[in-house]
Design a protein around this ligand. Structure first.
Ligand code: CAA
Length: 697
């Protein structure tokens, strides 16, 4: 018997217990073990029913994703599930933890399903660029109806046991030990002489308008194709018998397996888990954090405080005056009310957070007891240094002092305190209680346990934390500044902001760069440009000033109703602001530029080339540890389409040689901006990819 499946007898019930930690992925050995276990139960005299149950954390988390992209190994999951379903014995699944993807499909191949109340089920294959490929698209609709089945498989969301019971996936929900529950349920079914109940033999539910559902799903998925193909796979159930439906599903599954979207999404899955896994922090114990201070209660500070409260931490928020404190309290209350409304917290938690865990104070001395403090005050070095001097004075020894600066030099901030080892950057993205990205900026003297605490805090707050080194803009904003500059150069040369936004939204970005700038506030970029000009621009750099004129006229984007777009009809009904083109034309004329046209492909190509080239510099300089750290930064903080895996995964798939050759071509007219990244040149020379660099760690 396989060491992955334990076989035991309980009267006339055979129990197949799955032991494949951490999450019982359905690897080849597990599939083989289940097959052999079914054979053994059927040959075992007196057995009348088989119970399949997972040990440890889950029933099954699905197919073993590490096997994807490799030649498939026998026995295949669809055949195994058919074999389970066809057994002459009664087969029962007892579910706990998660039953996802192929895991839920195994349960659907059983004749009866029981689950503990905390169990969660789902078909998340679309998040990997795939669809359920082991009968899920054929069996689930027979249990739940088409609409509910398509909802589960096209969204990939997990649903709880109660909901799963309501829509017909689970027969019984019962608290207790999954094995004991399962045995008792199987015994009851045997005693009642309950019939085998293969889902594949159940009648098909009423069909829907397949083309309309396909189109609607495609639109909703913003360029990702696998959700819409779930519709076609379910539709195939109506074109022939069950075997034909399974065959059609399998074909679509294999077709999707060959797509770049599948490669991008699986890269995202593993990279998301790898970012927090840094060799230098292995075995380093983080400091314990229960009580957090936040300096500044604007949008960012209030968001950070909200995130900390939602994670169950105590928060002292410092504002300069009682009035500002009142306003900060209002912002946090608004954020928490939103969390309450969306069901993220209940009424008791809401009042505990707002009335007990949060204290708004106006005196630094009130921060003497915090374990970690994050400042989110005005972005100016002198202001930050004044804040850190006060923190250095009042905070207890061992407290961690963090800055939420988005570009200032953390080494300089740290040097202004008597405890630079306790200082680091924690760069949140607004709104901080919603956005998933956290850049943990490790300065020259940051102690290892302080860096480890940054990651531990990120985890507690539900963030994806990426390690960044110190430079202007760290990982994300530095790369943003470069690709945004590239967009401005294209504008000077003839493209419009609206063409650029349209091209990048078609590429898959949630929003184009100019719509994003309007949302963030044009004053932010304006301040950055003024700062950089004051520091002195390199004489070889092209300066772009048309956007300054918008700001000088008081147009800061959505918050003032006008920026690149006009928002008179509301944020969703934006229309191009006609004044913008006139400002651009004036600047082109002043710089003596004759505009030319740009195709959408050329816009995307240049924009991506600028992004990848800067990203390669960021990795080459050690600001980001690995290419995957950049990929996750852009995915979780900058609206990069997940199904493309991140800019460096995109570059690998597109081909580094062609990209470098384009960059060298662009450099003919602007060698300063388009200087190729040494790492990119090196990888091309060595015939390697960014993924190869990831593997080197
Ligand atoms: N295959 C291989 N490894 C898996 C896995 C899977 N299906 N699911 C999780 N893991 C690994 C993770 O990579 C991680 O490994 P490391 O510890 O080495 O980093 C480990 O298991 C624990 O996972 P998490 O850190 O994610 O733990 P969690 O408790 O936060 O979440 C989970 C657990 C909900 C199961 C989550 O891991 C998850 O969503 N997994 C993916 C589930 C999925 O997509 N299943 C469908 C697979 S496709 C399929 O089944 C196709 C088909 O129809 C035939």
């Amino acid at each position: 018997m396989s060491d992955k499946i334990a076989y035991s007898r309980h009267g006339d019930i055979a129990v197949l217990s799955v032991r494949n930690p951490p999450v019982n992925a359905l690897s080849q050995a597990v599939r083989q073990g289940l097959w052999d276990g079914m054979d053994r139960a059927e040959a075992d005299t007196g057995v009348r029913a088989v119970l399949i149950v997972g040990e440890g954390r889950a029933f099954f988390a699905g197919a073993d994703i590490t096997e994807f992209g490799k030649p498939p190994l026998d026995p295949f999951l669809p055949e195994l599930i058919n074999r389970i379903e066809a057994s002459p014995l009664l087969v029962v699944a007892s579910m706990h933890g998660v039953s996802l993807g192929g895991g839920l499909e195994v349960a659907l191949g059983c004749h009866y399903r029981i689950a503990v109340p905390s169990a969660r089920v789902g078909l998340p294959e679309v998040h990997l660029g795939l669809l359920p490929g082991a009968g899920g698209t054929q069996r689930l609709p027979r249990l739940t109806g088409v609409e509910a089945a398509l909802d589960v498989m096209t969204t990939g969301r997990q649903i709880g046991a109660a909901q799963a019971h309501k829509i017909g996936i689970v027969d019984v929900v019962q608290d207790g030990d999954p094995t004991q529950n399962g045995i008792a349920y199987a015994e009851k079914l045997v005693a009642e002489d309950a019939p085998r109940r293969p889902v594949s033999e159940m009648p098909l539910p009423t069909p829907i308008d397949w083309d309309a559902a396909f189109d609607a799903t495609l639109t909703r998925s913003k360029g990702q194709i696998s959700p819409a193909w779930c519709v076609r796979a379910v539709q195939a159930a109506y074109d022939g018998d069950f075997a034909a439906g399974l065959k059609a599903e399998r074909q679509i599954f294999f077709d999707l397996m060959q797509t770049d979207q599948r490669k991008g999404m699986i890269h995202a899955f593993f990279s998301e888990r790898a970012v927090g896994n840094l060799p230098e922090l292995k075995g380093v114990e983080p400091r314990s954090i229960a009580h957090v201070g936040v300096i500044g209660g604007g949008t960012m500070g209030a968001g950070i405080a909200t995130a900390a409260l939602l994670a169950g931490l105590r928060v002292h928020l410092l504002e300069m005056t009682p009035e500002a404190g009142e306003a900060a309290h209002g912002r946090i209350a608004g954020n928490l009310a939103g969390a309450l409304k969306r069901g993220k917290i209940n009424a008791d938690q809401h009042s505990t957070m707002l009335d007990q865990a949060l204290q708004v104070v106006t005196n630094y001395d009130a921060l003497s007891d915090v374990d970690l403090v994050i400042e989110a005050v005005f972005e100016e070095m002198a202001v930050k240094k004044a804040v850190f001097a006060e923190l250095d004075r009042v905070c207890k020894p061992g407290a961690i002092l963090a800055s939420n600066t988005s570009y200032l030099n953390i080494n300089e901030i740290a040097a202004s305190t008597s405890r630079p080892g306790d200082v680091l950057g924690l760069h949140f993205f607004s709104p901080a209680h919603v956005m998933k990205l956290l850049e943990v900026v490790v300065a020259d003297q940051t102690a290892p346990d302080v860096a480890a605490t940054g990651f531990a805090l990120g985890k507690a707050l539900g963030k994806i934390s990426v390690r960044a080194g110190v430079c202007d803009g760290f990982i994300g904003n530095r790369i943003l500044s470069t690709y945004r500059t590239c967009a401005d150069h294209m504008i000077l040369d003839g493209a419009s902001p609206f063409e650029i936004d349209a091209a990048l939204e078609a590429f898959g970005f949630a929003m184009g760069p100019f719509a994003v700038a309007d949302l963030a506030g044009l004053d932010i970029g304006w301040a950055g440009r003024k700062r950089k000009r004051a520091e002195g621009l390199d004489p070889r750099a092209r300066d772009v000033t048309y956007a300054d004129k918008l700001c000088e006229a008081g147009h800061f984007g959505q918050k003032t109703g006008k920026g690149y777009y006009d928002y008179a009809g509301g944020p969703k009904a934006r229309v191009p602001n006609p004044d913008v083109l006139a400002l651009i034309e004036t600047e082109r004329a002043a710089q003596g530029i004759t505009p030319r046209t740009f195709t959408a492909d050329e816009i995307t190509r240049r924009y991506m080339a600028a992004m990848v080239n800067e990203a390669a510099k960021v990795v080459g300089e050690g600001i980001a540890r690995r290419p995957l750290d950049v990929d996750m930064t852009l995915l979780f903080g900058y609206g990069f389409p997940r199904y493309r895996g991140g800019p460096l995964k995109w570059a690998d798939i597109d081909g580094l040689t062609g990209l470098l050759s384009d960059i060298r071509g662009y450099a003919q007219t602007d060698p300063y901006f388009w200087a190729p990244a040494p790492l990119l040149c090196q990888l091309v020379a060595d015939g390697q990819t960014f993924d190869d660099a990831n593997k080197k760690g």
